[in-house]
Design a protein around this ligand. Structure first.
Ligand SMILES: Nc1ncnc2c1ncn2[C@@H]1O[C@H](COP(=O)(O)OP(=O)(O)O)[C@@H](O)[C@H]1O
Ligand SMILES: [Mg+2]
Length: 236
C-alpha cells in the first residue's frame, strides 16, 4: 500500500483554483521532491494534502484511507506531519518546552523513549534544550521543528523548503540529514525545495509543478537528466 496517494487534486483559496489535477504518490520510505518555479503552487499542494486549504475535487488517501475531508489535527493523529516554511516553532519558549508541547498528550515513558530516538538522530539537540528558540540559528530551528514532528511518530513528513533559512554551504548537508530521516526513522518524505539540484540528487521521485499543474512525475534522476525540463523550469 502507498503511504500517500493524491488523485486529481484541485485546490486553492476561496474561489481561486491554484493547483489543478495533481496526481502523485509516495511509497514506504520514499523521498519525493516537489520542485518548480516560485508561485507554481508547491506550498499550496502541501497545504491541500494536509487539509489547510480548500479542495475543490480529487482525493487524498493516507495509508489507503480517504482523508480528503479530514481536519489537519486528525491527519496528524493518523501519522501525517507537515512542517510549514515558517512559524513551525514557538520563539519565546525553550527547545525543551517546544518539544514537550509537541508531546503533550503522551505519557512520560513514551516521551522519554521517543526523545531518545530523536536525540540519536539529532545529537546536537541535547545541548540546546534550555535555549529559547528565538536565540537559535535557522538550521537549529529546523532541527527543533523536525524533532517536534518526529515525537508524534509520523509515517509521512512533508517539509516546505526546510533549507530556506540556511546558508548555501549548509544546504547539501541539511538535505542529507533529511534522507537519514528516511533511513533511520523509517518515514516517507515529501520535500518541497527551491534548491532543485540538491533536492533531486537525494530524492527517489520528483514532481515538477509549473503554474499549478504537473509538468513531470517520475524518477528524480530522470528529471535531472531531462535537459529541456531541467533547464527551462529549474535553471539547471
Ligand atoms: N493564502 C492565499 N490566498 C490566496 N492566494 C494564495 C495564498 N497563498 C498562495 N496564494 C497564491 O497561490 C499561488 C501559488 O503559491 P504557492 O503555493 O505559495 O507557490 P510556491 O510554493 O510554488 O511558491 C501564488 O499565485 C500565490 O499568490
Ligand atoms: Mg512555497
Amino acid at each position: 500500500m502507498r503511504v500517500l496517494e493524491v488523485k486529481g487534486l484541485r485546490a486553492g483559496y476561496g474561489q481561486m483554483e491554484i493547483v489543478s489535477n495533481v496526481t502523485f504518490d509516495v511509497g514506504d520510505r520514499e523521498v519525493v521532491a516537489v520542485v518548480g518555479p516560485n508561485g507554481s503552487g508547491k506550498s499550496t499542494l502541501l497545504k491541500a494534502v494536509f487539509g489547510l486549504c480548500r479542495v475543490f475535487s480529487g482525493a487524498v488517501l493516507f495509508k489507503g484511507e480517504d482523508v480528503t475531508r479530514l481536519p489537519p489535527h486528525k491527519r496528524s493523529r493518523l501519522g501525517m506531519a507537515y512542517l510549514p516554511q515558517t512559524g513551525n516553532v514557538f520563539e519565546s519558549l525553550t527547545v525543551r518546552e517546544n518539544l514537550m508541547l509537541a508531546a503533550h498528550d503522551l505519557d512520560e515513558e513514551e516521551v522519554r523513549k521517543r526523545l531518545e530516538g530523536v536525540l540519536s538522530l539529532f545529537p546536537e539537540l541535547g545541548g540546546l534544550m534550555r535555549r529559547k528558540v528565538r536565540t537559535l540559528s535557522g538550521g537549529e530551528r529546523q532541527i527543533v521543528a523536525l524533532s517536534m514532528s518526529l515525537l508524534r511518530n509520523p509515517s509521512l513528513v512533508m517539509l516546505d523548503e526546510p533549507t530556506a533559512a540556511l546558508a548555501p554551504r549548509l544546504v547539501k548537508q541539511a538535505l542529507k540529514r533529511v534522507v537519514e530521516l528516511r533511513d533511520e526513522a523509517g518515514v516517507s518524505i515529501v520535500l518541497v525545495e527551491q534548491n532543485a539540484l540538491s533536492a533531486l540528487e537525494v530524492s527517489d521521485k520528483a514532481l515538477l509543478m509549473v503554474s499549478g499543474t504537473v509538468k513531470f512525475w517520475g524518477g528524480a534522476r530522470e528529471l535531472l537528466e531531462d535537459r529541456e525540463l531541467a533547464k527551462t523550469y529549474l535553471g539547471l
